[in-house]
Design a protein around this ligand. Structure first.
Ligand code: ZN
Length: 350
């Protein structure tokens, strides 16, 4: 990107500035809405943009995540509160932020040096079981539909974080099937992260366009239901989709002592070995701030306190450095940093 060019920068930073960089999953508005409810304003500009700029981030996907305690009655209102917070932030900081609803918006944001923000559901609880509300969220600017979080809702059943007994899971419901079809018709992208295996395969069957798993790792390297099997990785690739690698310790490795940036790169290597470099991206799911608002004990099924193996977007150069060490070429790194997700956005969003 021209505006990011500078003299005297190291090679990883140069790559970050040259290529499009996307983080396909961040619970940005969960934090921002809470901060604004305390009276703060321009929260993204003060708390997030310096790190994004240091890491060369051009686009973040901000999910609408709803706490268990607000389900079911308050889910819609909490989602709208988060959308309202984003609109407020953009009004106050329009010179630096842009809500993106299409591929051309994403390109325009990058060219004008603004941070592009895509809105997604992390579970469709805000819709309850009313398909007509999907269009309302489309009109508000939401373009990515994560069908479930790691719990059951009217669309389907979530994968759990641990092997703890939770009863038998099911696949997508009639509502879930309808949702995939309707979302694709509207020009929204289907996100399979958090689905259980039954729902995953149902969604693969019904989806007609590329699908993503915005923030999931490889079950071969860390055997939890929240991660993807090799067969699932191949299925996403066969639909020309992308998997965003998750930097949360509990998805990276089975033991805290193994959870680090090198192990994160093992997941990238594994996906590249299976399906090539065209189907992996970044969906870091950085949670350290989130856990300043909710205790991890309050999140069902999580048995280890999660931490981010990448401390923040400011450390993106460390990741690029590791990829160079492992022999990735600059163009492959560019694919991983964001070009792969960009390809899918171009194909699906409208
Ligand atoms: Zn998630």
């Amino acid at each position: 990107m021209d505006s990011k060019e500078d003299a005297d920068i190291d090679i990883p930073t140069g790559i970050l500035r040259k290529y499009f960089v996307a983080d396909a999953h961040l619970d940005l508005l969960f934090d921002v809405e809470k901060q604004r409810s305390y009276g703060r304003r321009r929260v993204i500009a003060s708390d997030y943009l310096p790190g994004f700029e240091e890491g060369g981030v051009n686009l973040v996907v901000s999910s609408l995540y709803i706490d268990d305690i607000f389900l079911p009655e308050m889910a819609l209102r909490r989602a709208l509160n988060q959308v309202s917070a984003l609109y407020g932030e953009i009004e106050e900081t329009g010179e630096k932020l842009m809500l993106c609803k299409s591929y051309s918006d994403i390109i325009a944001a990058r060219e004008s040096g603004k941070l592009g923000i895509l809105l997604s559901f992390e579970g469709v609880e805000p819709l309850y079981n009313d398909i007509s509300l999907l269009r309302v969220f489309y009109e508000l600017g939401l373009r990515i539909v994560g069908l479930v979080w790691s719990r059951r809702n009217f669309a389907g059943d979530g994968s759990r974080f641990s092997e703890a007994a939770t009863g038998n899971g099911g696949g997508l419901t009639d509502f879930g099937f309808e949702l995939v079809r309707e979302a694709e018709n509207l020009g929204m992208l289907i996100d399979l992260s958090h689905l259980n295996d039954e729902g995953f395969w149902d969604a693969i069957d019904v989806a007609r366009k590329p699908v993503i798993a915005s923030h999931s790792n490889c079950r071969t390297l860390n055997s939890i239901g929240r991660n993807l099997t090799d067969e699932q990785i191949r299925a996403i690739a066969s639909k020309d989709g992308v998997i965003g690698i998750n930097a949360s310790s509990i998805l990276v490795a089975g033991r805290d002592e193994d959870a680090n940036l090198d192990f994160l790169v093992n997941h990238i290597d594994h996906i590249v070995d299976l399906v090539g470099p065209g189907h992996v991206g970044l969906g870091f799911d950085l949670c350290n701030r989130l856990f300043s608002h909710i205790s991890f004990e309050a999140i069902k099924g999580i048995t280890r306190k999660p931490f981010d193996v990448l401390e923040g977007h400011k450390d993106m150069n460390l990741l690029v450095d590791r990829l160079l060490d492992r022999g990735y070429g600059e163009n492959e790194i560019g694919q991983i940093l964001g070009d792969n997700f960009l390809r899918v956005y171009e194909q699906v969003l409208k």
